[in-house]
Design a binder for this molecule. Structure first.
Ligand SMILES: CC(C)(COP(=O)(O)OP(=O)(O)OC[C@H]1O[C@@H](n2cnc3c(N)ncnc32)[C@H](O)[C@@H]1OP(=O)(O)O)[C@@H](O)C(=O)NCCC(=O)NCCS
Length: 186
């Protein structure tokens, strides 16, 4: 296992065949982690656009992530996931670095945003100069916040009378931490 070559690269349109596996990987992770589920169709679109990063071993998908640009040029990094048996081998870090590079190259005027409870992601974000910001400063685009409905915490955090988490610009509650990094051209 340790000698297996892990290829990490930006997606091309031919990679849409991985959309189903990526969606299933995220779905399995969502049972234990605060990661919102994403349909194969949505991921296929991001893969086709070259907005995804993938990690492969022998042509099998073992890691995934994608970025998406919102109306106010916030660039979210989402769906970051590594197959459990391959975690802790810096594959997540390689995916995150490539997401930063590619999203900065493609949207130089943007600012990268991240919404997470994952200690690993917080650690990576901090080492990449992301800083913690209030959720209301992440993005005002309601379509971004609609994505939180696929998180397993959404219903309980938004139950009547709940004071858990923090308010988002759309008035929902969220228990993730918001982090942001301005691109250099900004
Ligand atoms: C988050 C995830 C993608 C990380 O992938 P990974 O390949 O295991 O991560 P890496 O091995 O690259 O480790 C990333 C960094 O986190 C650090 N780290 C590991 N465990 C940590 C912990 N408990 N607390 C803080 N940092 C930690 C590592 O040391 C590494 O930093 P370094 O390169 O400076 O040493 C993976 O854990 C995962 O799939 N989690 C489930 C889905 C999820 O929660 N996704 C995030 C949604 S926002």
């Amino acid at each position: 296992m340790p000698n297996e070559e892990v290829v990490v690269r930006v997606s091309t349109p031919e990679d849409v065949r991985y959309a189903q596996v990526a969606s299933a990987l995220i779905e399995r992770a969502s049972h234990q982690h605060e990661i919102a589920t994403r349909s194969p169709e949505e991921l296929a679109e991001q893969i086709r656009l070259g907005n995804a990063v993938i990690a492969l071993i022998d042509g099998e998908l073992i890691g995934f992530g994608y970025f998406k640009v919102w109306s106010d040029l916030a660039i979210s990094h989402s769906g970051l996931v590594v197959e459990p048996q391959f975690r802790g081998r810096k594959i997540g870090k390689r995916l995150k670095l490539l997401l930063c590079e590619e999203s900065e190259r493609r949207v130089p005027d943007g600012r990268m945003i991240s919404l997470t409870t994952s200690p690993q992601v917080r650690h990576m974000n901090t080492s990449l100069e992301f800083r913690v910001v209030p959720l209301v400063e992440l993005t005002i685009d309601p379509k971004f916040w609609a994505g939180c409905r696929g998180c397993h915490n959404f219903a309980s955090v938004n139950a009547p009378g709940s004071t858990e988490g923090e308010l988002t610009p759309t008035g929902d509650r969220c228990c993730c931490e918001g982090m942001c990094r301005r691109n250099k051209a900004r």
